[in-house]
Design a protein around this ligand. Structure first.
Ligand code: ADP
Ligand code: ZN
Ligand code: ZN
Length: 730
């Protein structure tokens, strides 16, 4: 018997399947997905490997083949069923075997994360005369009424005794000790979230998805149209059929509401999977899915790789979000993986959004996905009125504050009516730009090509690498004292709100206020329970939150996302305005949205204002086609970075010249090299080459190999990062 083994090494040269003999004593035990120790290389050093295949084919060089040494981890970390997907990811995203299979493995298992147990106490034989007195009797009785609940320490603390009488009882068999598994996941009870009668529109959508012939659906439903309710009914239907479901949300730590609703409906046996879990929690969640104890998982991207054995349904909520694209290897997109699973595992996929990505809507229009729609809010509530506020006019009228006159008045009005307000600003920190008025010096990060952001704690911080320095009142270049702070971040917005609306209770939600594990949920609850009037924050607050008492949403500056030099900038802005607007007026009260901008004439703002998704899609898809941008092409972004700028420029040129010569094709073009828009991050200079067009998978692989080959001699100095259809080209 032989086994194909993937070696646990990042080296690209070792990215292949190695054949090993299976020793006789392991023949019955060895399974795909197990982790084994294998002798490797000339010195036969023992290294870890993953069992990828098992077969009986006679190998020609039989005598040279080494044997597996031993099984290191018996748990099957992935199954035969996953192999197709691993191959797919390797093919389509140019990843290595190891990178692809690690998606299925809870991080931590390699460094020893296991089930956690504790030693709990039970009663043994009955107390006889000798011990039928205190403290023995109290100990015995306490345990008798709490079999399997207490550990030694609990007993000693409760009875305020030393361990010695307890040990005596254990020694003589009156008390026994046993291991009990400690589950490290959240077992909190949630308030019941009652099932609602679906509206006619919801029923239609539900039936179309359940009964339809397609496997992949795009549910386009305006914000507040009751998509989540449809999701829950679908999950329930699949549970009835004995099938499991996965519900993906952009970033679960950021969506307590989704967890609240699903746990409130389906109970506690729901695995929650996201980036903020500890290794132990992650292991336990993974394990309970594997054991079949959880039939539903809610999670971020990574939850799609949980070991469900009978997957029936995948829901991808807010499918347009860019966090569905992985930015580390393998750089897969959830959309592709879900569609792959719909075929491979014959499960149903629902992509949901009020503002589908251009790619998905395109797929729906050409029949690849089946489009289903919810065009109205529940109870016929109207969409909030969106008004674009021209900030150029404010300047003309001498209003230099962050708030336009209209926004100022509306906030006051809502405060007086005891209604809630959400203010959105997609930049954290206090001032986002610090410079000298006299000589023009800009305080920049020494490691990155990025200006430093001033924070209220007095520090200048780089949002790319975390570099910090104390702020200064004099210019390091010309020594003048004309150092000025420009640009508004959320900290400054908060301060301005407190100054302008002193009676309002304000809370801020951004990266800086949500670093602690449960802080997001706390802020969410505070606002939900009406203990704050104004919630301000970054894009974190744009997503799926449902607060019935919010009647005003203000976008402090729509220009920030519009002005990004990226082909998705218009799309992102359209989505952002629509999503943020969706936070207003979700109940009976009419909502209002004010969007402050210096370019109110921009098509994506004009169309967002009218909730005209169709119109936006039509405009945008024309531009994409004209520019041959996705979905009309594939983009392969080859990013080269190095601390040595000159070497990098030379090599980038070499690579580009070579690729252009070797891969000449009418199907795609090779552009560059050019410096990236952000020219330096973490002390690494950055250049890029873009391949754009109809690139076959094997061509992409060949290009990748060529790049690695061309860089081989300076491999230690230049880092290569290749991304297929990246989120942005920064
Ligand atoms: P979406 O996910 O489309 O933004 P939600 O599912 O959050 O919308 O629904 C918006 C609001 O309407 C929620 O408060 C939800 O409880 C309520 N709702 C949804 N469906 C129904 C229904 N069939 N009957 C009554 N209320 C509903
Ligand atoms: Zn200066
Ligand atoms: Zn930096």
């Amino acid at each position: 018997m032989f086994a194909g083994i993937i070696v646990n090494s990042e080296s690209i040269a070792l990215d292949k399947i190695f054949t090993y003999k299976v020793p006789e004593d392991l023949e019955d035990k060895l399974k795909i997905g197990q982790i084994v120790n294998i002798p490797f290389g000339r010195g036969n050093k023992l290294v870890m490997g993953f069992v990828y295949s098992i077969n009986n084919e006679i190998q020609s060089d039989y005598n040279k083949i080494k044997s597996i040494h031993s099984i290191k981890i018996v748990e099957e970390t992935f199954t035969e069923d996953n192999i197709n997907l691993i191959e797919y990811i390797k093919e389509n995203y140019l990843s290595t075997y190891l990178e692809a299979l690690k998606l299925f493995i809870p991080t931590g298992i390699l460094s020893g994360a296991r089930r956690k147990t504790k030693m709990v106490l039970y009663t043994g034989k009955a107390l006889d005369d000798k011990y039928d007195k205190d403290p023995y009797k109290s100990i015995f009785n306490l345990i008798k009424f709490n079999e399997g609940k207490f550990i030694k320490n609990d007993i000693c603390q409760r009875l305020n005794i030393s361990t010695s009488p307890l040990n005596t009882l254990i020694k003589h068999g009156y008390i026994t000790a046993g291991d009990k598994v400690v589950n490290r996941y959240n077992t909190r009870e949630y308030e019941a979230y009652l099932k609602k009668d679906l509206s006619e529109a919801q029923k239609d959508v539900f039936n179309e998805i359940i009964l339809g012939e397609n496997n992949v659906y795009l549910l386009k439903g305006v914000t507040g149209s009751g998509k989540t309710e449809v999701y829950m009914n679908l999950v329930e239907e699949y549970m009835k059929r004995g099938k499991s479901s996965i519900v993906l949300v952009p970033e679960i730590a950021l969506t307590p509401q989704m967890v609240e609703r699903f746990k409130g409906r389906f109970g506690r046996d729901i695995a929650i999977f996201h980036s903020r879990l500890s290794d132990g929690e992650r292991f336990d969640e993974w394990y309970r899915v594997k054991e079949g104890k959880a039939k539903l998982a809610i999670g971020a991207r990574s939850a799609l790789f949980l070991p469900f054995s009978n997957l029936g349904l995948i829901i991808v909520d807010e499918e347009h979000e860019n966090s569905y694209k992985s930015e580390s290897d393998p750089k897969y997109h959830i959309r592709d993986i879900a569609v792959f699973l719909s075929k491979n595992n014959n499960c149903r996929v629902v992509f949901g959004s009020a503002t589908p990505s251009i790619e998905s809507y395109h797929n729906a229009r050409n029949g690849e996905y089946k489009l289903v729609q919810l065009n109205n809010r529940i109870d016929g509530a109207t969409m909030p009125l969106i008004t674009l506020v021209d900030m150029r006019e404010e300047l003309k009228n001498n209003n230099r504050s962050i708030f336009s006159k209209q926004l100022y008045e509306e906030i006051n009005l809502r405060l007086s009516k005891k209604e809630q307000i959400i203010l959105f600003l997609n930049r954290r920190g206090y001032s986002t730009f610090v410079s000298c008025r006299k000589c023009g010096f800009v305080f920049k990060c020494p490691n990155c090509d990025i200006s430093l952001t001033y924070h209220t704690n007095g520090r200048l911080i780089c949002h790319y690498c975390g570099h910090q320095e104390g702020s200064r009142n004099t210019c390091p270049k010309c020594s003048s004292s004309y150092v000025k702070y420009f640009g508004v971040g959320t900290e400054k917005l908060e301060k301005e709100i407190n100054k302008t609306f002193p009676s309002a209770r304000t809370i801020r939600m951004d990266f800086d206020t949500t670093r602690k594990k449960d802080s997001y949920e706390e802020i969410y609850k505070t606002f939900k329970n009406g203990k704050a009037d104004i919630l301000l924050g970054t894009q974190m607050i744009a997503k799926g939150l449902d607060f019935p008492n919010v009647t005003l949403v203000g976008v402090i500056s729509a220009d920030l996302s519009l002005n990004l030099p990226d082909f998705r900038a218009s799309e992102r802005t359209f989505q952002l305005i629509t999503q943020v607007a969706g936070r207003a007026g979700r109940d009976k009260k009419l909502g209002k949205v004010l969007v402050q901008t210096y370019t109110p004439e921009h098509y994506s703002l004009q169309l967002a204002k009218n909730y005209d998704y169709e119109g936006f899609y039509k405009d945008e898809i024309k531009i994409r086609e004209f520019m041959s941008d996705p979905p009309f092409s594939k983009i392969m972004l080859i990013n080269l970075s190095s601390e040595k700028e000159e070497l990098l420029i030379n090599k980038s040129n070499d690579v580009a010249i070579h690729l252009k010569k070797e891969y000449k094709s009418d199907e795609f073009s090779i552009l560059g090299p050019s410096p990236c828009i952000i020219g330096k991050i973490k002390s690494m200079f950055r250049w890029q080459i873009i391949v754009k067009g109809n690139i076959a998978n094997d061509t992409a692989h060949n290009i990748k190999n060529s790049v690695y080959n061309l860089i081989k001699d300076v491999y230690n100095d230049i880092r290569i990062n290749i991304d297929i259809n990246p989120n942005n080209l920064l």
